[in-house]
Each structure stands twice: as structure tokens, then as C-alpha cells.
Design a protein around this ligand. Structure first.
Ligand code: PLP
Length: 396
């Protein structure tokens, strides 16, 4: 008999993955042109050409042991130094190689830092709606995920709600900016209010409350908004970054954690993260892609492609009567489910070959998530389906 926890995971499955698999089946039945799959946050934009060039140059390097071998569990020293220098240049920070741990994507980084921080029963806070996998990651270490509601109109964090949610058992707050699933970007003012609450509560309880900044969408922003770099606002901040979305490399599994020297217990956390990377079975982040990204730290995908999708979909859906915030980051629209029940709407949408994901899985019941990291032409083809659904649900 397998473990209870995996039995539960099997039973509950991932709504996103289930929808993606359903899409694959539907494509076989109805043809690719006639299925509109908005389920998965899989980047549709090609990685920048520098990535391929850098990868080829690493592979053809004559240097012995330049790649493929075991290394320090934290990653290659020169790669970590280059990442630190890149951050210092962009954000005016003062990180060194020791502050960086190369990870197996954002997911790997989050699991590593939770392994380092969480004792059974510790509470990990996050603002809802949130990336549903956080629940599983926190469960991996027998922690308790506690969700904190945001402003129902804007999905931005509310300081008073955070204040109410913190207890002496609160070990960390995971904050995801820009946000999946809402596409909202938290402003500097919001970040300052969060930092003030955390600092006050640390003082009150005499504990350390870590802020874990999950930032795979940092560069995917529109309308000129900027995303505050959180280590500047709050001492106990650990940043988790990933190249999955910013360079369209989710299958390569590469990212990093930033653990500043200023952290309480930095002298334990930093070596602890390297050990956690090893004992969780990652051992180290993949070597070829570590070396590759070192040579394209300034590269980026063409965000304008996502922006064009965002504009079209947002304009048309609101024209048809759907209600949604115009997202300023990531590549998701979080739309009020017509009729009020997200699960019912998702089932109904399938009849029009539209695949979207119920907000319930993100702690946002009554909403659906539409991932617009898709071909523009697919959006155009899908519009009549959205319009028919709107009519069916009596919008406008
Ligand atoms: N965090 C958020 C908010 C995400 O949306 C995702 C992936 O979609 C991840 C973490 C995991 O990213 P990675 O593929 O880098 O592990």
C-alpha cells in the first residue's frame, strides 16, 4: 500500500494538469485548430536566440570538466558569482556567490527553502488567490499553509488581514509578484505595508518571520510597471527566481534562491539550503543549463508578444460582458465565472472546446484562470466561443 499523502495527491490531482491532458485528448478528436487550450502556463514565446547559442558554445567547449560533472550542491561558483553581480547591477544590492543557490526551477527553490525553515506544524502564509502547488510544497514538510484574503476588488494584499493571520507559529509568508493567477503586480506601497506588519509581529513575538518572494514572472510586466525588489524592504527576505517564464525554459528546470547575509540565522540557512538541495534529491541544479544562463543573463523573451495577447483577450472578453481586472504582469487573466460557480463554467466551456481552469484550485472560487501564453491566432479563433458562452450565461 502506498503512502496516505500520495494517495491523497493521486485523488486530488492537479486541475491544471487534468485540463491539459483533456486538451490533448480533445485535439485528437476535433483537430488542433478547433480546440482552445488556455489551461497551462507553458510559455508560447520561443527562448531568446542567445540561449541556444550559449548552450551550443558550452557543449562544444574544449575545457575538460567544464560541464556534466558533480559540483558544489549550491551550483557552480562562477555561475553564482555572475548571478549575484547581475542582481547587484540591476537592483543596487550587494550579493556575493555565497548568497546564491542554483535550483531546479522555482519549484525546486521553494521546496529547498521550506525544507530549511519548516518544523512540523509551522504556519506558512500566502495571499489568496495563490499558486495551488504551494499547498503541496508546504505539506511536503508537514507545515500548515494558511491563506490570507486579499481585497476582493483588486486582489491586492490588505495589511490588517495579514496582521490578523500571523501567530507565534508563523514561519514565513510566500508572496508571488507578479501574481499567478491574478496577473496583479503589488506596488511599492503594498510591499512597504507588508514589511511593516511582518517587522511589528517579529518584535511582538520575538520570532523570525521570513518573506519568501516567489518571482518567476518578474520580467513579464506591461504598461511600464516595475516590480519592487523585496530584499530592500524587509531584512528577512529570501528570493526564489526561475528562468522558466523569463527565458521560456520551464523544461530545463533552472532558477536560484537569494539568501542575503542579513537574514536572521543566515549562517545556518545558507549551508542548510545546499544540504537541502542534496537530500531532497536534486543534488545540484542541472549543469548544462547553469552554464548556459551564465552567458545570457541579460537576455529576455519578447514580452510584447504576451502584451498583444493580453490586449486582445481583455478587450474582447470585457466587450462580451465578462468581468476581470486588467492584469499588469504574468500571462493570466482571472475572470469572474459567469453564473458564479467556476466549476460549472469550466464544464460548460468545454462544450465550446474552450479549456480554462477553475479558480477554486487557486483559492479563488467563483473565478476562472485563462493562461494567455498561447498563439495569437488561437485567441482570434476562440473569440466566438467566448461570445457564445457569454450569451448562454446571460451576460450583457
Ligand atoms: N511559482 C509560481 C507562481 C508559478 O506560477 C510556477 C509555475 O507556473 C512556479 C512557481 C514553478 O515554476 P518552475 O517551473 O520554475 O518550477
Amino acid at each position: 500500500m502506498i503512502s496516505e499523502s500520495v494517495l491523497n495527491l493521486n485523488r486530488n490531482g492537479s486541475a491544471i494538469r487534468a485540463m491539459f491532458e483533456e486538451g490533448t485528448k480533445m485535439i485528437k478528436e476535433f483537430g488542433k485548430e478547433n480546440v482552445y487550450d488556455y489551461s497551462l502556463g507553458n510559455p508560447s514565446v520561443e527562448p531568446p536566440k542567445e540561449v541556444k547559442e550559449a548552450m551550443l558554445s558550452v557543449l562544444t567547449s574544449e575545457e575538460p570538466n567544464a560541464v556534466h560533472g558533480y559540483m558544489n550542491n549550491a551550483g557552480y561558483e562562477d555561475v553564482r558569482a555572475a548571478v549575484a553581480a547581475h542582481l547587484n547591477k540591476n537592483f543596487g544590492t550587494a550579493f556575493q556567490a555565497r548568497n546564491i543557490l542554483m535550483t531546479v526551477g522555482a519549484a525546486g527553490g521553494l521546496n529547498v527553502i521550506l525544507k530549511v525553515l519548516v518544523n512540523p506544524g509551522d504556519e506558512i502564509l500566502t495571499f489568496a488567490p495563490f499558486f495551488g502547488e504551494y499547498r503541496n510544497y508546504v505539506n511536503n514538510f508537514n507545515g500548515k499553509l494558511v491563506t490570507v484574503p486579499t481585497d476582493p476588488e483588486t486582489f491586492t494584499p490588505v495589511a490588517e488581514k495579514l496582521l490578523e493571520a500571523i501567530t507565534p507559529k508563523t514561519k514565513a509568508l510566500i508572496i508571488n509578484n507578479p501574481n499567478n493567477p491574478t496577473g496583479v503586480v503589488y506596488s511599492e506601497e503594498t510591499i512597504q505595508s507588508i514589511a511593516a506588519v511582518l517587522s511589528a509581529k517579529e518584535k511582538e513575538y520575538g520570532t523570525s518571520i521570513y518573506l519568501i518572494a516567489d518571482e518567476p514572472y518578474r520580467e513579464l510586466v506591461y504598461d511600464g510597471v516595475s516590480v519592487p525588489y523585496l530584499t530592500k524592504y524587509y531584512k528577512n527576505t529570501i528570493v526564489g527566481y526561475s528562468y522558466s517564464k523569463s527565458l521560456s525554459l520551464p523544461g530545463e528546470r533552472i532558477g536560484y534562491l537569494v539568501m542575503p547575509d542579513e537574514l536572521d540565522d543566515a549562517e545556518e540557512i545558507i549551508p542548510g539550503a545546499a544540504v537541502a538541495n542534496r537530500v531532497l534529491g536534486f543534488v545540484n541544479a542541472p549543469s548544462l543549463i547553469q552554464r548556459t544562463i551564465m552567458n545570457c543573463l541579460d537576455a529576455s523573451v519578447d514580452v510584447e508578444i504576451y502584451n498583444r495577447n493580453r490586449e486582445l483577450l481583455y478587450t474582447k472578453l470585457t466587450e462580451y460582458g465578462y468581468t476581470c481586472i486588467k492584469p499588469q504582469g504574468a500571462f493570466y487573466l482571472f475572470v469572474k465565472a459567469p453564473g458564479g460557480d467556476d466549476k460549472v463554467f469550466v464544464q460548460e466551456a468545454k462544450k465550446y472546446h474552450l479549456l480554462v481552469v477553475a479558480g477554486s484550485g487557486f483559492g479563488g472560487p467563483g473565478y476562472i484562470r485563462i493562461a494567455y501564453c498561447v498563439d495569437y491566432d488561437m485567441i482570434v479563433r476562440s473569440l466566438p466561443a467566448f461570445e457564445s458562452l457569454a450569451k448562454e450565461f446571460g451576460l450583457k
